[in-house]
Ligand binder design. Sequence first.
Ligand code: NDP
Length: 474
Amino acid sequence: MIKGNQLVPFFYTFAESFLTLIQILFMSKHQSEINAFLKKVEERNSGEPEFLQAVREVAESIIPFTLENPQYRDARILERMVEPERVVMFRVPWLSDNGEFMINRGFRVQMNSAIGPYKGGLRFRDTVNLGILKFLAFEQVFKNSLTSLPMGGGKGGSDFDPKGKSDLEVMRFCQSFMTELFRHIGPDVDIPAGDIGVGAREVGFLFGQYKRLSNEFSGVLTGKGVQYGGSLIRPEATGYGCVYFVKEMLGVRKMAIKGKKTVISGSGNVAQFAAEKIIQLGGKVIAMSDSDGTIYDPAGIDDRKLDWIMDLKNNKRGRLAEYVKRYKADYLDGVKPWEVKCDIALPCATQNELDAKDAQKLVENGCIAVAEGANMPCTHDAVELFHKHDVMFAPGKASNAGGVAVSGLEMSQNSLRLSWSREEVDLRLHDIMKNIHATCIRYGKENDSINYVKGANIGGFIKVADAMIAQGHV
Ligand code: NDP
């Protein structure tokens, strides 16, 4: 028989078990709904692992949210968002320098235009396929929404790789690519920009051909040269924005970038300017990479060495291995930078370049923060490990949104026929990154930690979802 004074602990035990049971029931309802949703998406998009990975990562936070907010579930918003509004796929014929007939495949995925015209980069790389571009376009929808600017989401590109091609070959390819693409884009329809393999040179050739075909000078592309409508700070924006985001994350824990050892993957556009901003804020960049290997410079890559890397990559189009011939450093052939002990890791190269093994290494080495400069560079398992070990983790759709944000500002300047100063654009970029961070906290706060993945997904989803509901079943 239970006596009076035994009733209190008995009651607590009973209440705790009851609560756990409710939680399990709730969790399993969430999980079964997520599984059923993913199964359908898999059936319809087989052979597109990157797209499925991106959808899964979003579904895991959005489906529980839509169960609590049934207006989104009833309108089947997420089901609609995983279907592109339109996909264009086309042949790109061009001539090599020695007169060979070359053929590549071009794509544009117009994913979602609920909150503005389609907006997203073009990627030129031999590995490009429809699934990769769908993943990038899907991510872009959430990212663009997070910037709070009126931009829908899209992405495009080709399996053409500019590496090893002459300037004239790249120009002929870009002209042929745009000869088809131009009929599907426009300053109020779809505004492409750069991405891997598409930098200032390619954007220039693409813009020239669009202007010629359409007979209009418009803001149809962003990332243009400043002489012809480009925005100051656009080349810097993704890398700078990523570091501004890290600054905010560290600030939550009363920490700063100053003195922090940082490793960065890649040595392209995003990596270069992430490195520049880390150096400006007093951090120490000790490793960078390209697709061949990593340079490890324990003394730190300073401004002078970074200028040399920029010249090597942007003008001479050389390999990073050459760094060790010039400066005292180690070259780790075929190795990713995650082996190097650091406080901050910034994956700024490509998707799935940081897996669970790499994440484990970073955790063991005491890394405190990881922010994605690239799109989906960390695998699902790697992100879980970061969460488990309380490593601050920023998903790309939040931390690399600075690039598209300044692209949005370039569109505004083009419409206004104005050019803002460096300081003005940088200030706006900084404010946008702070706001995205605040949005992540608003929707991602969990007990005493912040789940930035959940925060970015829900924060990006709501605006698009509300616009879709307002516009009817289209
Ligand atoms: P770049 O082409 O300028 O640079 C890419 C860098 O990543 C190069 O150093 C390249 O090495 C390396 N890289 C590419 N593929 C691989 C691979 N498979 N393994 C290892 N390294 C690789 O591209 P960006 O800097 O513009 O883009 C980098 C990432 O950032 C991409 O994920 C892109 O989608 C994302 N991003 C870019 C934005 C932008 O504004 N540019 C905006 C938002 C996101 P190598 O020289 O050997 O080719």
